[in-house]
Ligand binder design. Structure first.
Ligand SMILES: Cc1ncc(COP(=O)(O)O)c(C=O)c1O
Length: 457
């Protein structure tokens, strides 16, 4: 009781109106959208939790940095500002800007991944997996088993199982271009990786002479959890923890739309000049010249400022406390949520919410549709639709967890918005037994979740 309540370490200077719709309008809108939440117009959404990617609110300092952006095609001042910030916070000498995270993956994997390769890691994100499988290579998920039980409390559910990782490396040694660790794991419920685990992964990579890359979209949130949960880090700053994490990596891919709080942007950073040269060829081909790679100068300027702001504790504390607030409120109301709560999102466990709907009829997608209809809240399915079919057999491959992700944009919503989400889910919970599954109407051959359409059963 004596503890001062947390408050956001900022005040709001500009607001954007959002529109309310009636339940009837939402029933029609989602039908027109083919029961795919991606196909909705954002105007028809009240609280948009489809992603925390590119949806954050920039600070006054970021906006003013944009005004100072240098739009030179080559040698932009803003590129060097970004490069220097990356060097000082993450420690890498070589940087290639890209238009977003998957573009960084495309460029890096063009240089490193070939047909038949095996890429071990922890809960590879869908674009990572997509770009690896597109090259007829395979991801092997070495995440610890505890990660797949949504009720089990474990401080670092993003950790790799070191024995499994080593076995995989021994088995496929000659076909492994690198190991990739995702910090935090988006697909795994926004769960972090401990520094102890990252160090152990590094040791295995050293033993087998393999490079280690971090998929770093939410690296600052990962560092926050290390500070909060791992012994010996409570008194370190976020920037000190980040430095200790990244000294272990040979390079990183980054979707700056998350932990650098920009609306668009990404980059690859690395230590090796040789790799930089290899990647440069693909960067120029796919993204743009080496000092802009698909980004406007002003966006690189905002990115540099965002990286600095988002590696400060008070900001991260307020952000993650808001996510936790939503999780606790849902739990209080008896809604089955994945625990521990993620850094950027709360994940609703569709297997416990709708146990009567088999995974091949997409219960998490059903839940997302019903939450939208009830309250105008848009989440996203992280389940069988996202998992895609097996690329070889074309069979469905339902994942171990079936989740509705409610990703909270950074610095955008208040806790009153969180209450609307709680209210909506309670309403769906009350009528959960009446809900039926879905069937696919259309699906693309890869990354189908973005464009698939469905029929109600
Ligand atoms: C862990 C992770 N890696 C990579 C990406 C891809 O980034 P982008 O959406 O910027 O292409 C994402 C996006 O959500 C992500 O969460």
């Amino acid at each position: 009781m004596d503890k001062m309540p947390y408050a956001e370490p900022y005040k709001i200077k500009m607001v954007e109106a959002i529109k309310s719709t009636s339940k009837e309008e939402r029933i029609e809108a989602i039908k027109q959208a083919g029961y795919n939440l991606f196909n909705l117009r954002s105007e028809d959404v009240l609280v948009d939790l489809i992603t925390d990617s590119g949806t954050g609110a920039m600070s006054d300092k970021q906006w003013s940095a944009m005004m100072l952006g240098d739009e030179a095609y080559a040698g932009s001042r803003s590129f060097f500002k970004m490069k220097d910030t990356i060097k000082s916070i993450l420690g890498f000498d070589f940087v290639l800007p890209t238009h977003q995270g998957r573009a960084a993956e495309n460029v890096l994997f063009s240089a490193l991944v070939k047909e038949g390769d095996i890429v071990p890691g922890n809960s590879h994100f869908d674009t990572t997996k997509g770009h690896i499988e597109f090259r007829k290579a395979t991801c092997i998920d070495c995440t610890i088993d505890e990660a797949f039980d949504p009720t089990l409390i474990h401080p670092f559910k993003g950790n790799a199982n070191i024995e499994k990782l080593e076995e995989t490396i021994k088995k496929y040694k000659n076909n492994i271009p690198f190991v990739i660790m995702t910090v935090t794991c988006n697909n795994g419920g926004g769960q972090p990786v401990s520094l102890k685990n990252l160090k152990a992964v590094r040791a295995v990579c050293d033993k087998y002479d393999l490079p280690l890359f971090f998929d770093s979209a939410r690296f600052a949130e990962n560092a926050y959890f290390i500070k909060k949960r791992e012994e010996g880090y409570a008194d370190k700053t976020i920037k000190e923890i980040v430095a200790e994490m990244f000294v272990l990596a040979d390079g990183m891919t980054m979707s700056s739309k998350k932990d650098a709080i920009v609306n668009i942007g990404g980059f690859i950073a690395m230590r090796s000049e040789d790799l930089y040269k290899k990647c440069s060829v693909f960067n120029i081909m796919f993204e743009g010249y080496l000092t802009y790679g698909g980004m406007a100068g002003r966006d690189m300027a905002a990115l540099a400022q965002g990286l600095d702001e988002n590696t400060e504790f008070p900001y991260l504390d307020a952000r993650i406390s808001q996510v936790e607030y939503l999780g606790k409120r849902l739990k209080e109301e008896g809604i089955p949520v994945m625990e521990p709560f993620g850094g950027h999102a709360i994940y609703i466990d569709a297997l416990r919410f709708l146990p009567h709907i088999p995974q091949v009829h997409f219960p998490a997608q059903v839940l997302g549709i019903e939450l939208y209809i009830e309250a105008g809240v848009r989440g996203v399915e992280i389940g069988t639709v996202l998992a895609d079919r097996d690329p070889v057999t074309r069979e469905e491959r339902p994942p171990k967890t079936e989740l509705l992700r409610l990703a909270i944009p950074r610095r955008v919503y208040t806790n009153n918005h969180m209450e609307v989400i709680v209210w909506g889910l309670k309403k769906v919970w009350e009528r959960r037994k009446e809900l039926k599954g879905l069937e696919l109407d259309y699906e693309a051959p890869i990354m189908r979740h973005f464009t698939a359409t469905f029929k109600r059963k």
